[in-house]
Design a binder for this molecule. Sequence first.
Ligand SMILES: Cc1ncc(COP(=O)(O)O)c(C=O)c1O
Length: 464
Amino acid sequence: MSLERPDPVLERARSHAQSYLGGLATRHLGVKVGRDELLTNLHTPFAEHGDDPTSIIDLLASQAEVGMTACSSPRYFGFVIGGTYPVALAADWLVSTWDQNAGIHAISPFSAVVEEIAAEWILELFDLPRESSVGFVTGCQMANFTCLAAARHSVLRRRGWDVELDGLAGAPRVNIVIGAGAHVTIEVAMRYLGFGTRSLLRVESDEQGRMRADSLRELMATLDGPTIICAQAGNVNSGSFDPLREIAEIAHESDAWLHVDSAFGLWARASTSLATHADGIELADSWATDAHKWLNVPYDSGLAIVKHPADHRAAMTSAASYLIQTQGTERDSLDWVPEFSRRARAIPVYATLRALGRKGVENLVDRNCARARQMVAELSKEAGVEILNDVVLNQALVRFGDDDDLTRAVVSGVQAEGTCWLSGTSWNGAAAMRVSVSNWATSEDDISRSAAAILAVYRGLQGS
Ligand SMILES: Cc1ncc(COP(=O)(O)O)c(C=O)c1O
C-alpha cells in the first residue's frame, strides 16, 4: 500500500465518482448483468498477496456501472429511495475520511456537538416536543426498534418492572397494537424486542391503508395492562396517513405509548400545505423516520426520536469502566442508539439541513409531491391506466388494463427499457406499479420522459 499523501487511489476514486454523478441524468437506470457475470468478473481465490489498489478501484467502478440500479438518478422511482444532495455527499466523504468513532464525546467532541445541533434542528423542523431525545441510527428499521425499546422500557417501568434488569420472562404481558397496513419493520422490531409477532393485535385499515380509529377504539376497550400502539404516517405503498390525532386521543385515554412509524411521512410536517396530513403526530411518544429517504443524504441514516429521554436512554445506554463517559451536558451518542462504535452519520444531516434551511426542505417535499401528481396526470390520460390510491404525498399506485399480469409485465418492461426505474406491489389484492418521487433532482422533464417511456411499454404490450 502506498504511504503517499494524498494517495493516488483517492484521486482515482474521486474521478470515478464524478463520472458516475455526471452520467446520472442520461444513463440506463437498470442493471445490465446478473450474478454469474459479476462473479466471473469479481471473484478470485483469496490471494496470498494483495493487488494494486488503483486497479481494484477501477474494477469495482466498472462492475458497479453494470451491476446496480442507479438509485440516485432523478428518474429512479423505486421503493422509497432518496438521492443525494452534493453537500450531503461531500460531508459524507469527509465522515469517511475523518473516520471518527462517534460513540462517545471523549473521542470526538466535534461529532457529538454536530449531532446535538442536528437533533435540535430536526425537532424544530418537525415541530415535535423540544425535550425529545434523538438517536442517529442506520435507518427506519433501527429507528423503529430503538423507539419501541424505549416504549417497552416505559410501559413496564410504569408497572413496576425493570425490563433492562429482569428481561421479559415473568414480566406483565404487553399489548402491542399495530395497523393492518403497518410496515414490515414494525414486526421485525417486535421480534428483536422479544415480543414475537403471533400475539400482535392488528387493527383493520381502510382502502387507503389507514388504521381505522373506530376499530382501534373498540379494541382498546377490551384491553387492560401495559400497551404500545404503533401508528403510521406515510404508508409505503399509498403514502396515506393514519388518523393520528384521533389515535393519540385514544392512546392517551388508556395510558398507552403511541409510536409513529413515519419513515417519510414525518417530512410532510416541513410543508405548510401538507402538514395537515400529519396533524396530531406531535402528540405521540416516539417517532421513527429516515434522513436517507426524504432529506436526500447518503445511506445509511435514520432518526429515532423519543419524547421521554429517560426511557430512551435507559433502553439504549451502555457503560464500561474503560470508557470516558460524560455525566453532564455533553452528548455520548451510545446513550441513544443500539450501536456502540458508530459512524458520525449526523454530519451529512447537519450539512444538508444547514444548506437547505426550513424553506429548502419545504420546497423539496412540495416539489416531489407535485412531480408525483404530474406523473399521475400524464399516465392517467391513457385509456386503461388506473390510479389506485389518493395521491396525497409522493406515492402513486398505477394499474394497467385492470390486469395483474399486464401490470407486472409493464413494471418489468420499464425496468428493462431503462429510462426510469420503478417496482411493483400488491394493493388491496391487485397488482400495481409503485411510483415514489423522493429525489431532490427530479424535474418536470424527468417525469414527462418517464411517463412517455412507461406508456410506450404499456402500448407495446397491449397487443402481445
Ligand atoms: C413506513 C416505513 N417504515 C419503515 C421503513 C424501513 O426503513 P429503512 O429501510 O430505512 O430501514 C420503510 C421503508 O421504506 C417505510 O416505508
